[in-house]
Design a protein around this ligand. Structure first.
Ligand code: CUA
Length: 188
């Protein structure tokens, strides 16, 4: 079969592009710990702020002492906008939106997920000490660019759990919504 020279050039270019994209995807997954948030958990978007999981936002410890951060996204802020966590410690983020799609991106880290009304997104990762910008990376309206927060990551010895935050992994609400309600640690 005769294939025109230009067509052959295009076929090889497309092949190379696909290979390059696949290799970058594989490297991102295997070396940089990029994973899709696979935990399917639902929530009534109209009742987020009265839901046991999100009634108080921010850092909470579970019964085993693991650290969880509960974040609500809304036009145009994060609740809470500032989070302080210890360095080099796995932290599980749980996020949902009360209005439209937002994107929680902890800039220059692998901590990032989309927030969809009706779903609780989740990821677990850890950070080197430092100050991180939290940007919204899904266009959500006129002040999308102003939807920013801060993540403070302090050395482990300097971190104390927030006052009054007794172990509070809500079990009743979680079991009613997700297929399992359990906390999974993705990517580690
Ligand atoms: Cu929220 Cu863009």
């Amino acid at each position: 079969m005769k294939v025109d020279l230009y067509e052959r050039i295009w076929m090889w270019s497309v092949g190379l592009m696909l290979t390059a994209l696949f290799v970058s995807l594989a490297l991102g997954a295997l070396r940089a710990d990029h994973h899709p948030p696979s935990h399917v958990e639902t929530i009534d978007p109209r009742g987020v702020l009265t839901d046991a999981r999100f009634r108080t936002q921010g850092v909470r410890l579970d019964a085993e002492g693991r650290i969880h951060v509960w974040v609500v996204g809304l036009m145009f802020t994060w609740l809470p906008a500032e989070v302080t966590i210890p360095a080099d410690t796995p932290v599980t983020f749980h996020l949902t939106s009360v209005d439209v799609t937002h994107g929680y991106q902890i800039v220059r880290t692998n901590g990032q997920t989309m927030l969809l009304p009706g779903y609780v997104s989740q990821f677990t990762t850890q950070f080197a000490p430092g100050e991180y910008l939290v940007a919204c990376n899904e266009y959500c309206g006129l002040n999308h660019h102003g939807m920013a927060g801060r993540l403070h990551v302090v050395p482990r010895a300097e971190w104390t759990p927030p006052a009054g935050q007794a172990p509070a992994q809500p079990t009743s609400a979680a079991s009613a919504t997700g297929p399992t309600g359990e906390v999974r640690h993705a990517g580690h």
